[in-house]
Write a protein that binds this ligand. Structure first.
Ligand code: F6P
Length: 489
């Protein structure tokens, strides 16, 4: 049904940094295709190849670059599950400066409010060179999309890597309908203005080049509009309840949309009942020990995910409430992310050290309080979701956070959710989760105690309501809603 709705729409081009496939280059020059990772890819992949959209993405590593060169305009359909994909062979240095330098060290830090002033940020000559690379990388996308898009077609540009693309495309192809969607939070104006003035302007002008700008929650849409007013002097159009619904600037109107990407219930329920997940569940149960409770977390080891404070909160729980010693295990999956950046590598080491300290301080011969796993394994994560008594999701800031939405959907016996009030998901799940200030380690420890002590019937009731809220806008619907909104604008 969803595909029918897409077919009734104008032809579509998707543009995102990470695409639906990634390639590993063997020593003998052979290429092995695998699935691209992350929430954005899952959301966009949900419509499937039948929708006929062309997906433009970047070559991220050497394997991708070789594949893109060998393939030419389209990747081999056998590697992409039939999805038409154009992978851009952006030079390695340009990509590194745009992705690591600007997208992940500047824009990501701004929107997640991660800078530790007075040491960071520092906008120097190196930053300016990286910015030039970011412009070139955005221009490569805009040119490729301009070539791919049919007359009057729809273009959906994704995320902070590609903020300049809507504005560039508007110049190249004024006939197109252009939408941009942010999967991150948007920084509030007082934080956003830490960016150099010309860059702050350029990013906003870039997004405003589109007909629509989409966000995961009203909070992020309002912050974007507030930045447009503060930085550009743009006019913000509001609904009766005061939410920003459009931004008018230099004679154009960009409408704002809020589309809260939900969990894919059908996929998760089916996938989490397969034999490999059953086997992992049994193994994890054995590792935790019979009768013990489990507090589970699953994250990319990402600075905004706040894993170290989560571990410290668990430590406080054991210090303050000795009744839990020997009776609970914190199963933490913290898999590698953005390891080209030293700050991420250091953070990963800090996560490991903190877990070891807890185990050294409290562990006994037959009980290890923290079971930390640093490698990514999707079936094992699903098994942990099923087993969890408590899920800890405590990001400093997060666009949405799909883990918070996935756990209640697959939980076997109900799971209490301790959730950061700074995650976008809190807007939808706040009533039945235990909300915490992510910086408040003491309050997080208290919430963990409350979650572990929750009456099982209450926990089950809450889990059901959480699952219903979490699946309200499944990925395919999320995609179609954005598209319909773009066509109406
Ligand atoms: O949160 C924004 C986002 O693009 C997610 O959709 C995705 O899971 C994550 O960042 C991936 O980041 P990267 O592509 O750097 O691994």
């Amino acid at each position: 049904m969803v595909v029918d709705e897409i077919h009734r729409s104008a032809p579509i081009v998707l543009a995102s940094n990470r695409g639906p496939v990634s390639y590993r280059l063997g020593e003998d020059g052979s290429l092995t295709a695998g699935r691209g990772g992350g929430g954005l890819v899952s959301g966009l992949s949900a419509i499937g190849p039948e929708a006929g959209a062309v997906w433009v993405c970047a070559a991220l590593g050497e394997g991708d670059r070789v594949a893109a060169r060998r393939a030419g305009r389209r990747l081999d359909a056998a590697d992409t599950g039939g999805q038409p994909v154009r992978m851009l062979d952006v030079p390695a240095e340009t990509f590194a400066a745009a992705y690591n330098g600007i997208a992940n060290s500047v824009l990501w830090f701004a929107h997640h409010m991660l800078w530790q002033t007075p040491l960071e940020p520092s906008f120097d000559a190196e930053f300016r060179a990286q910015w030039a690379a970011y412009e070139a990388y955005n221009a490569a996308f805009a040119e490729a999309v301009a070539e791919e898009a049919a007359e009057g077609g729809c273009v959906l540009v994704q995320d902070y890597h590609l903020t300049l693309v809507p504005g560039m495309l508007r110049v190249l192809r004024p006939d197109l309908r252009i939408g941009h969607f942010s999967h991150t939070p948007w920084a509030p104006p007082d934080y956003y203005r830490l960016l150099p003035d010309d860059i702050a302007e350029q990013v906003l002008r870039g997004v405003l080049g589109g007909d629509r700008a989409g966000f995961l929650t009203h909070r992020w849409a309002d912050a974007f509009a507030a930045c447009c007013a503060a930085t550009l002097g743009a006019e913000v159009v509001r609904t009766a309840d005061g939410s920003a619904e459009a931004v008018r600037f230099e004679g154009r109107t960009t409408r704002l949309g809020v589309h809260g990407l939900g969990a894919d219930a059908d996929f998760l329920r089916e996938r989490s009942r397969r034999a490999d997940v059953d086997a992992w569940r049994a193994r994890l149960r054995e590792q935790v020990g019979p009768g013990r409770r489990t507090i589970v977390r699953v994250d990319r080891t990402e600075l905004s995910k706040n894993i170290v404070r989560g571990l410290r909160a668990f430590r406080r729980l054991l210090e303050e409430r000795p009744q839990w010693r020997g009776r609970v295990v914190h199963v933490a999956f913290a898999y590698p992310s953005r390891q080209d950046l030293a700050v991420y590598r250091d953070y990963m080491a800090e996560v490991g050290r903190t877990a070891q300290e807890i185990n050294a301080a409290f562990g006994t011969e037959d009980w290890q309080p923290v079971a930390l796993h640093l490698d990514d394994d999707f079936p094992r994560s699903l098994a942990a979701y099923r087993l969890a008594d408590v899920a800890l999701v405590n990001p400093i800031r997060d666009g949405m956070n799909l883990v918070a939405k996935e756990v209640p959907v697959v939980s076997d016996d109900g799971c209490a959710l301790v959730l950061s009030r700074e995650a976008g998901a809190a807007a939808e799940l706040g009533e039945d989760a235990l909300l915490v200030n992510p910086y408040d380690v003491e309050a997080t420890a208290r919430a963990l105690h409350e979650a572990l002590s929750m009456d099982p019937a209450e926990r089950e009731r809450r889990t059901k309501r959480l699952a219903a809220a979490a699946t309200a806008l499944p990925p395919a619907r999320w995609f179609v809603d954005q598209l319909a909104a773009l066509q109406e604008s």
